[in-house]
Design a protein around this ligand. Structure first.
Ligand SMILES: C[S@@+](CC[C@H](N)C(=O)[O-])C[C@H]1O[C@@H](n2cnc3c(N)ncnc32)[C@H](O)[C@@H]1O
Length: 361
């Protein structure tokens, strides 16, 4: 607000402005400098960082002292757990619920016999999940999608696939049935060589797929804000980022799902040796990905600072050629099919999470 110089600015205004930036400084530690960028802060800190908008529109945010900020934010986004230990996966993976009823998580839900370890970020209509399900039948995988309607479609798709498999299994169990074509039992802990189901296979198929699609699920979430609420340190073995929204304009680059600070979150939840897969049809985005995972953007003349980029190395083409997940990523996601139809290019880059560095004594 303009005021003639002889009148000092209104104290209340200055005070409010100073207070708000001071509290912002106190609550938002730097994620962009030094080793702190490799280890993102606890989920709540990320929520507060990204919640400048949330605070702005938060109804009655200061009115209720009985709830912590963390609880208020989590309630606001009611499908985000307070922490990975609060996440109730039991309704997502009923076939993997631990039979021991005394084993519960912090929200009282039944625990699973194994942890979720593969995530598809921005999964869209779920082609990747459906393609991977029979390849990794003993691995629990989740697709995360921000759009409610897309998520609803994918949830019904998974539900329909499970019901269809159940029907086929029942038919197989009935000796009078002669229609079963492929009841492949997959030994525990092995990767299947069965072909991934394409969309054509899905509906009206008479195939039984390893894992019966019991190992995949989908949840609605903004992964840019809530990924560490769902997954703990070193929990994941694979993360997929397939055909992310390119956000072409420079002023929109901050909405990209690959960035210095988000990569540090991926490094946090990915275990050493785990893989982060990316694919895009936008060449410029591919270079952005390489830059943000490997080379970084060091300000000119600045001393090299350690960052999340020190935790990733690129996987060789030879290794990728042997990885069945790459084929699914290239040909089974809905977006990849669109690119194939339009004869577009596909740029693949996969990064291995390196071991944590030694901390100085
Ligand atoms: C271009 S589509 C690709 C979908 C899918 N991966 C594929 O290959 O077919 C990008 C998807 O990412 C989702 N998305 C974008 N930002 C997201 C976010 N922050 N959290 C979760 N999903 C997001 C979009 O809603 C959209 O469905």
């Amino acid at each position: 607000m303009y005021r003639p110089s002889k009148n000092p600015p209104m104290p209340s205004l200055r005070c409010r402005r100073r207070n708000s930036s001071a509290s912002a400084r106190m609550r938002i530690p730097s994620l962009t400098t030094g080793w702190s960028s490799m280890y993102p802060l606890l989920p709540i800190s990320r929520q507060i960082i990204s919640s400048r908008g949330i605070y702005a529109g938060f109804p009655n945010f200061t009115g209720d002292n009985s709830q912590s900020d963390r609880e208020l934010i989590a309630n606001w986004y009611s499908n985000s757990p307070l922490s990975p230990a609060h996440m109730d996966w039991s309704s997502h993976f009923p076939a993997f619920v631990d039979p021991d009823t005394s084993k519960t998580n912090l929200s009282g839900g039944r625990k699973l016999t194994k942890e979720v370890e593969v995530v598809d970020i921005g999964c869209g209509f779920g082609g990747l999940m459906v393609g991977l399900a029979p390849l990794l039948p003993d691995t629990l995988m989740v697709g995360m999608e921000i759009r409610t309607s897309v998520l609803e479609y994918l949830s019904s798709r998974i539900h329909a696939l499970r019901s269809q498999q159940q029907r086929l299994k029942n038919k197989a169990a009935n000796p009078s049935s002669t229609e079963l074509q492929d009841a492949s039992a997959q030994p525990e802990g092995t990767e299947s060589t069965a072909p991934a189901p394409s969309n054509d296979d899905e509906i009206g198929t008479e195939k039984i797929f390893p894992g019966n699609f019991e190992n995949i699920t989908a949840i609605r979430s903004n992964t840019m804000k809530f990924l560490p609420n769902f997954f703990g340190h070193h929990q994941l073995s694979k993360i997929f980022i397939c055909f992310p929204d390119p956000h072409f304009k420079a002023r929109k680059h901050k909405a990209r799902i690959v960035s210095e600070s988000l990569n540090s979150e991926y490094a946090y939840v990915l275990r050493p040796g785990g893989l982060l897969y990316t694919i895009t049809d936008v060449e410029e985005y591919h270079h952005w990905v390489l830059r943000h995972f490997l080379h970084g953007e060091q300000p000119e003349g600045a001393a090299p600072a350690p960052s999340s980029k020190d935790l990733f190395e690129r996987v060789s083409e030879e290794e990728l050629a042997l990885d069945p997940c790459v084929r699914v990523m290239k040909y089974e996601t809905e977006e990849s099919k669109k690119v194939t139809r339009n004869k577009g290019n596909k740029y693949v880059a996969v990064f291995r999470r390196k071991a944590d560095p030694e901390w100085p004594a």
